[in-house]
Design a protein around this ligand. Structure first.
Ligand SMILES: CC(C)(COP(=O)(O)OP(=O)(O)OC[C@H]1O[C@@H](n2cnc3c(N)ncnc32)[C@H](O)[C@@H]1OP(=O)(O)O)[C@@H](O)C(=O)NCCC(=O)NCCS
Length: 214
């Protein structure tokens, strides 16, 4: 059954509920509060939540529209060059980065992740994105978000070993899968803006840098 949820922008009041889901699924402290709040307040940021019929937060997605240099600066420093090479020159800027997606474990596999990423793509397009990029976390069970992204016509562009190893060591977060420092891979996906969204009016914008999150 597909879950009946409402997708809405995250207000400041809902930040803690959203971060709780990130902490549970991606590792405590992985998504930093300050960076997340910045996405909520920035006109280039996207922060959406899915709420169930009781109004509880059951899923979250964070994203950002930025230029290629800022995207590369936003990944763990030791991985930046490899990501730049894998992206090549084919990404039309600004790039819509789908940064972190998480669904409460008890309601996963009911289409909520797909609805969140679809809504994030629309929001990123509204903020000017001309290409879509996502770095998916892959542990020994595979890349969790791959099915969702491939179903939304993303293509896989690269695989990076130990992507968060140095970052998790430096920032002190633990991976929910392998502990710490994290030995998981990142899978790089690139997507096009769906034709139906191509006609959206896009405001002129200045792009700023940031840090990427899985
Ligand atoms: C990855 C994640 C966000 C996906 O969210 P989700 O709500 O489970 O996503 P969906 O339900 O839309 O899709 C997941 C799978 O369920 C399937 N599915 C969707 N609706 C379904 C339904 N009604 N019945 C049965 N299966 C369904 C999808 O086909 C998909 O299968 P696939 O992965 O084999 O292709 C979620 O599993 C999660 O939070 N994982 C932990 C954190 C994480 O890894 N985040 C991604 C970091 S990049």
């Amino acid at each position: 059954m597909v879950a009946d949820v409402v997708i809405e922008e995250i207000s400041y009041a809902a930040v803690n509920a959203a971060r709780e889901i990130f902490d549970t699924t991606l590792g405590s402290g992985y998504v930093e509060r300050s960076g997340f709040v910045r996405l909520i307040t920035s006109r280039h940021g996207v922060a959406l939540r899915a709420t169930d019929t009781n109004g509880s937060t059951v899923g979250v997605v964070a994203g950002e529209c930025l230029d290629l240099d800022a995207l590369v600066r936003s990944v763990p420093e030791d991985q930046a060059q490899a990501v730049r090479v894998a992206l090549g020159t084919s990404c039309a800027e600004p790039v819509g980065l789908v940064r972190s997606v998480a669904v409460r474990p008890d309601v996963q596999h009911h289409g909520i992740g797909t609805q969140l990423v679809s809504a994030a793509i629309t929001a990123l397009r509204q903020r000017g994105a001309n290409t879509l990029v996502s770095l998916g976390w892959a542990d020994d069970r595979g890349c969790h978000i791959a099915g969702v992204l491939l179903a939304l016509a993303f293509q896989q562009r690269g695989v990076f070993d130990d992507f968060w190893f140095a970052d998790s060591h430096q920032r002190g977060y633990r991976c929910p899968s392998c502990g710490g420092p994290c030995r998981c891979q990142a899978h790089l996906f690139v997507g096009s803006i769906p034709a139906a969204l191509d006609q959206l009016p896009v405001a002129s914008m200045r792009i700023e840098g940031s840090r990427a999150r899985r």
